[in-house]
Design a protein around this ligand. Structure first.
Ligand SMILES: O=P(O)(O)OC[C@H]1O[C@H](O[C@H]2O[C@H](CO)[C@@H](O)[C@H](O)[C@H]2O)[C@H](O)[C@@H](O)[C@@H]1O
Length: 299
């Protein structure tokens, strides 16, 4: 199966190849259909005419997990709930909460949320009964009360002051105060993206610069969703099972890699891209339908 290794780091199975000329995500316009690139020698440089080929990575739908062998790790925003214009705008329905609890029972407790949000925020959304990792892996809490959280770095206070001033000065930019991070959202002000990212980068010393959907964040360094999944997988009731992780954002790539390393796999939610995931679902509606199907045999 052909692979595109031109971007380094990630490697993806190329399942479907587009013959349409499209915008290349990495190197500007691509004008050479991949099928031509393959005919001329492959998907790595040199490409015909020097142009990156147009490729579409399409991953297959995940098979149904086995409740006796697998553990489910679920991202929140963009995976379980559709993205909203504002962080506080997402809606967590009672049907979703009920579904997650029934799945937890089906998997004998082996279901956890893995989010960039703080655990305290997920609790406020009514999800407090579930095991979860928050703050991009900087904190986790299991159903039996085991928990861990890294301390808040002092550097976040300076970042917060600068981010609040920036958000006040730029129409549509939102500041999100997080216990273990500080974030700027520019979904409502896309023109402010470059300046917001530059500002966050200037405050990233000693912190981790975390990109996300229409947002930039500085946060606790040294951890990520992969380390959180590994920490939970080392403990009861997860140890000894195969982790499946569903996520949509760049922060989820570490989780996909960890799931694969620990004997499971990642499921990318959303449009195709180069990813550590090996399966895909189109959006949160598809995720919730897939999850609901798992409960059907138990009805
Ligand atoms: O890891 P996740 O659970 O996916 O959390 C990632 C970030 O989600 C939130 O921001 C994103 O969702 C917002 C609401 O839909 C949206 O307005 C924003 O553009 C997205 O980036 C949350 O606010 C962040 O703290 C999380 O890190």
């Amino acid at each position: 199966m052909p692979r595109d290794s031109s971007d380094g780091g990630l490697s993806c199975h190329l399942i479907r190849i587009s013959s349409q000329a499209r915008q290349s995500p990495k190197t500007g316009p691509c004008t050479v259909p991949a099928i031509v690139a393959i005919a001329k020698g492959g998907l790595t440089p040199p490409w015909p005419g020097g142009h990156r080929p147009c490729v579409t990575f399409t991953l297959p739908r995940p098979p149904a997990p086995d409740p006796l062998r697998d553990a489910l790790f679920l991202d929140f925003d963009g995976t379980l709930v559709p993205l909203a214009e504002r962080p506080e705008g997402v809606v967590v329905t009672s049907a979703l909460i009920d579904r997650l609890h029934r799945l937890t029972d089906l998997f004998d407790g082996r279901l956890a949320l893995v989010s960039g949000r703080a655990i305290a925020v997920l609790d406020e959304f009514g999800l407090s009964g579930l095991p979860m990792a928050g703050s991009h892996g900087a904190e986790w809490r299991l159903a039996d009360g085991q928990h861990d959280a890294l301390p808040r770095p002092a550097a976040l206070d300076d970042a917060k002051t600068a981010f609040v001033a920036f958000a006040d000065a730029r129409e549509g930019v939102l500041f999100e105060d997080k216990p273990l991070g500080a974030a700027l959202h520019f979904r409502l002000a896309p023109g402010a993206a470059d300046d917001a990212i530059a500002l966050a980068t200037s405050h990233a010393g000693g912190l981790h610069l975390q990109h996300g959907h229409a947002m930039i964040e500085v946060r606790v360094p040294g951890v990520h969703k992969g380390t959180a999944i590994a920490a939970m997988m080392a403990r009861t009731p997860f140890a000894g099972y195969n982790p499946l992780f569903l996520g949509d954002d760049v922060t989820d790539e570490d989780g996909f890699a960890a799931a694969a390393r620990l004997g499971g796999h990642g499921v990318l939610v959303g449009p195709s891209r180069q990813s550590n995931a090996t399966f895909a679902l189109s959006d949160p509606v598809a995720v919730n339908a897939w999850l609901a199907e798992l409960l059907e045999p138990a009805r």
